[in-house]
Design a protein around this ligand. Structure first.
Ligand code: ATP
Ligand code: MG
Length: 262
């Protein structure tokens, strides 16, 4: 079983993100408005692994975009601590792949290292190491179209890690892979989280995945998204979805998602 280090336990007391009464409304060119998020209140501790569940279109990506600073809220307050800054120490694995198709896997990762000002020689060595961490050794010279969906996701994660993030935002990163690849990727991300002591906010549609990964599972309501419930998953890792405790979390979360609980 993977144990949290003392440092990780301590760092949990520091606040990484504080969100209060956050709302976001989109105005389309045709004049219609969509209220995407309403009255979001959330505090994320440093080193915490948060998973987010919610129906399609309820504002999950919007929430990550607001945290990343890629969009601005209409109302409310969003405070990033730990000197968190997008492009510096916040990495974002987007819902859709964002690898450069004209670069090899190695050069995609090296690009993020270049952004950090790492020298050309070191970039290559570091990129090789990161690709090996995510299980992509042997594919350094492959282009994006030569990689499978799961491999692209691994490469996108290696690229995000190359930024040495303190905060990692992940938007359904394991959505397009089979169950066994998904389980591999879940183990990998837990390992990387332990090694790198990062705060992670991870969006998924998969209840099992939310419980397997998260210290805390947030459930959003249908649009406009509001946090309807949150679950502290106090189960030891690695988590086994066949245990009664796991099943209990699963049932409660499923009920919340289907609107049967407040
Ligand atoms: N730039 C935009 N302009 C207008 N409307 C937008 C914009 N971005 C998102 N929306 C709307 O806001 C709502 C929330 O979108 P968002 O992408 O956050 O949902 P989501 O929960 O991530 O959904 P999914 O699970 O399908 O990825 C949707 O109704 C969407 O149409
Ligand atoms: Mg989304």
């Amino acid at each position: 079983m993977t144990q949290k280090t003392e440092k990780q336990k301590e760092s949990r007391y520091a606040k990484a993100i504080k969100i209060q009464k956050l709302s976001k409304v989109f105005h389309s060119e045709s004049g219609s408005t969509v209220s995407a998020l309403h009255d979001i209140n959330l505090t994320v501790n440093s080193g915490e692994f948060i998973t987010v569940l919610g129906a399609t279109g309820c504002g999950k990506t919007t929430l990550l975009n607001l945290i990343a600073g890629l969009d601005i809220p209409d109302e409310g307050y969003l405070d990033l601590n730990d000197n968190l800054k997008f492009g510096m120490n916040i990495a974002y694995v987007f819902q859709h792949y964002t690898l450069f198709p004209w670069r090899t896997t190695l050069n995609n990762v090296a690009f993020a290292l270049e952004m950090r000002g790492i020298s050309k020689q070191e970039r290559k060595l570091e990129a090789v190491k990161l690709l090996s961490k995510v299980g992509l050794e042997g594919f350094e010279n492959a282009y994006t179209h030569e990689l499978s969906g799961g491999m692209r996701q691994r490469a996108a994660i290696a690229q995000a890690l190359a930024m040495k993030p303190k905060l990692l935002l992940m938007d359904e990163p394991f959505g397009a892979v089979d169950d066994s690849t998904r389980a591999d990727l879940q183990r990998m991300i837990i390992q990387l989280w332990h090694e790198n002591q990062i705060t992670i906010i991870f969006v998924t549609h998969n209840i099992d995945e939310a419980i397997i990964l998260g210290d805390r599972v947030l459930v959003l309501s249908e649009r406009p998204g509001k946090i309807v419930n949150e679950f502290d998953v106090n189960l030891p890792r690695p988590r086994n979805h066949l245990t009664p405790e796991f099943t209990e979390f699963f049932m409660k979360i499923r009920q919340t998602l289907s609107g049967q609980l407040d």
